[in-house]
Design a binder for this molecule. Structure first.
Ligand code: S3P
Length: 437
């Protein structure tokens, strides 16, 4: 499915942010492990969380979708080896976190995924899981992967070579599901939804101090059941609406119930330093996650150097930050972001390919890029390649808001992995996105 996004005069309105993808996946996994009756609202009903849901039901979880809610029921039987293979579709989070759970439970299972997921590196979780005592077979470090059980050692210590919340969460889930302690050191702070959720259910997690920087220690604890869980809105989805409003003229939008966890919302800090008019209200804590409303207005942006330490906290927002940079005055530089090469697509390549088609002057580095703002509107007749990547597709569609003759983006179906009603919601605010042959 190809989409065209045409120029818009103004974006106005108030919307409720769709549920967080990372948290939706985690509550399915942790909720199944808790084995209690639990009702989840705010769940993101999109391809990625649904692949995780189906995989969990195949190992004996009891998860139902009903009236926009997720109903987890207490299992009568223990988890079981799945008869069929577990298809995690496009979801790196689903695959890596499920590998942790399956390993901790000692199950024999085969994980598969679509062509993008089958090309993503899995040794980052498989190697430490093997060190923990799990038997795993991979296809040269990639999917399909078979977990073959094994005894998880207690008090495993691991220094993560890369900053990855998926690796951290995989190992924490392996320890939690085998009732073992674990100590992990992360090189930079990454999203901490798994830790916060475990704490919400009464788990005991300790964090490093100046003598032990980056340490996360999961102690042995019996997690307590709760009846309900509310998923906060997805900051990554909100970021498309934020940037669209900033770059469009005469625009004013409020996004309600957005997750504001500091390990996720680094883009706000960057956009503020670029001169964005963003205000936050109604801040509160919901299920151990910070949440609030974001008010955005059109702004004249200026280019910035993005600090290195914030990269893990804006990793999924770099495509849309690149679009903001197109319309900023001056240069925006992003470095230390080579992880972008192993996302749903090689995002550094996908961004640079799109920028070239928009005739935006930029420089590609091995670990990032710098973008010269064009100040005005985009004028191109070339079609943008989404590389079948949801965040690339949505980012370049947002750029269409300030284009002379619209921007066509090819293969946009993948948007459904994270933001199924993106087009409708953006058009309700005043964007003009339509199907194109
Ligand atoms: C995610 C972590 C990030 C992010 C991904 C979701 C998660 O990946 O890019 O979209 O839910 O833990 P890494 O942790 O591999 O950087």
């Amino acid at each position: 499915m190809n989409l065209i996004s045409n120029q818009t005069n103004c974006l106005k309105g108030e919307i409720i942010c769709p549920g967080d993808k990372s948290i939706s996946q985690r509550i399915l996994i942790l909720g199944s492990l808790l084995n209690c009756d639990l009702i989840v609202d705010g769940f993101l009903d999109a391809y990625d969380p649904n692949s995780t849901l189906n995989a969990l039901n195949k190992i004996g979880a009891s998860i139902l979708k009903k009236d926009k809610k997720i109903i987890l029921s207490k299992r009568k039987d223990p988890f079981t080896n799945p008869i069929e293979e577990l298809d995690l579709g496009n979801s790196g989070t689903g695959a890596r976190l499920m590998l942790g759970l399956l390993s901790g439970l000692g199950l024999n299972a085969k994980l598969v995924g679509d062509s993008s997921l089958s090309d993503r590196p899995m040794l980052r979780v498989v190697d430490p899981l093997k060190e923990m005592g799990v038997s795993i077979e991979t296809n040269d470090g990639k999917l399909p992967i078979k977990t073959l059980g094994g005894k998880i050692i207690n008090c495993f210590e691991y220094r993560m070579p890369i900053a990855s919340a998926q690796v951290k969460s995989c190992l924490i889930l392996a320890a939690a599901s085998s009732n073992r302690e674990i100590k992990i050191f992360e090189p930079k702070i990454t999203r901490d939804h798994t830790e916060r959720m475990i704490e919400y259910f009464g788990g005991d997690i300790k964090y490093g101090d100046s003598k032990n920087p980056g340490a996360i220690i999961l102690k042995k604890t019996n997690l307590e059941s709760r009846n309900t869980y509310s998923v906060v809105g997805d900051f990554s989805s909100a970021s498309f609406i934020i940037v669209a409003t900033l770059i469009a003229t005469n625009s004013n939008v409020t996004i309600k119930n957005v997750g504001l966890n500091k390990t996720r919302s680094g883009l706000i800090e960057i956009l503020l330093s670029m001169g964005a008019a963003i205000k936050i209200s109604n801040k509160k804590i919901q299920c151990n996650e910070e949440v609030g409303d974001i008010h955005v207005s059109s702004s004249e942006l200026k280019g910035v150097n993005v600090p290195e330490t914030i990269i893990p906290n804006i990793i999924d927002e770099i495509p849309i930050l690149s679009v903001a940079a197109i319309f900023a005055e001056g240069t925006t530089t992003i470095k230390n972001a080579s992880e972008l090469k192993v996302k749903e697509s090689d995002r550094l390549n996908a961004i640079t390919d799109g920028l070239s088609k928009l005739k935006i002057s930029h420089q590609l580095f091995d670990d990032g890029l710098s973008i010269e703002g064009c100040g005005g509107e985009i004028d191109t007749s070339e079609t943008i390649n989404s590389f079948d990547d949801h965040r690339i597709a949505m980012s370049f569609l947002i750029a269409g808001a300030r284009s002379k003759n619209g921007i066509i983006v090819r293969d946009c179906k993948n948007i459904e992995t994270s933001f199924p009603n993106f087009t409708m919601l953006m058009n309700n605010l005043g964007m003009c996105i339509n199907e194109k042959d």
